[in-house]
Design a protein around this ligand. Sequence first.
Ligand SMILES: NC(=O)c1ccc[n+]([C@@H]2O[C@H](COP(=O)([O-])OP(=O)(O)OC[C@H]3O[C@@H](n4cnc5c(N)ncnc54)[C@H](OP(=O)(O)O)[C@@H]3O)[C@@H](O)[C@H]2O)c1
Length: 277
Amino acid sequence: MILVTGATGNIGSALLEELSAGGAGPLRAVTRDASRTVFPEGVEAVEGDLSDPDSLPAVLEGVRAVFLLPGLGPDAEFLGAARRAGVEHVVLVSSITVQTHPHLGPARRNLEVERLLRDSGMGWTVLRPTQFASNTLMWADAVRARETVEAPYADTALPTVHPADIAAVARVALTRPGHRGRTYAVTGPEPVSPRQQAAAIGAALGREVAFAEIGRAQARAPMAAAFGEEAADAVLDVIGGDPNEEIRQVRDTVLRVTGVPARAFREWARENAAAFR
Ligand SMILES: NC(=O)c1ccc[n+]([C@@H]2O[C@H](COP(=O)([O-])OP(=O)(O)OC[C@H]3O[C@@H](n4cnc5c(N)ncnc54)[C@H](OP(=O)(O)O)[C@@H]3O)[C@@H](O)[C@H]2O)c1
């Protein structure tokens, strides 16, 4: 049995489709509210809140491999419960910032979870993705209302990754031999700037989407209100305030692990155009 956490999210939903289509055997999806989502046929949906340790034994019963998003609850407790339940392999989503911006708080916390997993006694695979293409969904309201994207660091190009490509790497790591004890940096196939992303969304919609560059302070205020000041500053540093060569680097992990090239941002924009209409 493979357990998918974050099953209703960007990566988890794509992973369940991949695993289900590939005949990966029994699959379980954990969500806090099973009535909200229809999972692929054959997937067992289990209600659970990873911040509630009491829900873990039922979530983990009979599970041999886990796809894990960190920070949904106390990770040390989840990993301890997984080990006790007989889990043999955990594929963890960490972040590229662990290696590109290790001084930032969110990167330090991801590294801590990586260490907990490596020391857990279970098999492990760590995925360190770069920025997700789906982050641009935060522009959807502005595109619908004003046909304009307002964002900072307009021309800082980073190799944004399609969440389904992270899922594809996770699927291979979960179902094929040779990926335990490996740490994979996962990126898209080419650097793309916010201005280019807005243009790609416009192309997918068949109309022009304007781009208005804003300053860091203007961008920071709503982000700090939504995610806290530390997280807002960390994101802004990574996406343009303090970029470095390593965060700009395109990696061939998706192709090497899955045999299929990583998808460009414009493909994600075409698949998700409806969200901007
Ligand atoms: N966005 C980026 O650029 C980026 C870059 C690098 C790494 N990451 C990492 O990627 C991960 C996010 O992945 P994603 O975008 O696929 O997720 P997402 O779309 O944000 O979805 C979050 C998922 O977590 C589940 N969840 C939230 N709280 C939970 C709880 N207490 N118990 C059980 N499930 C809970 C939600 O399920 P329900 O609501 O159904 O319960 C949902 O499926 C994070 O760990 C983030 O640090 C993101």
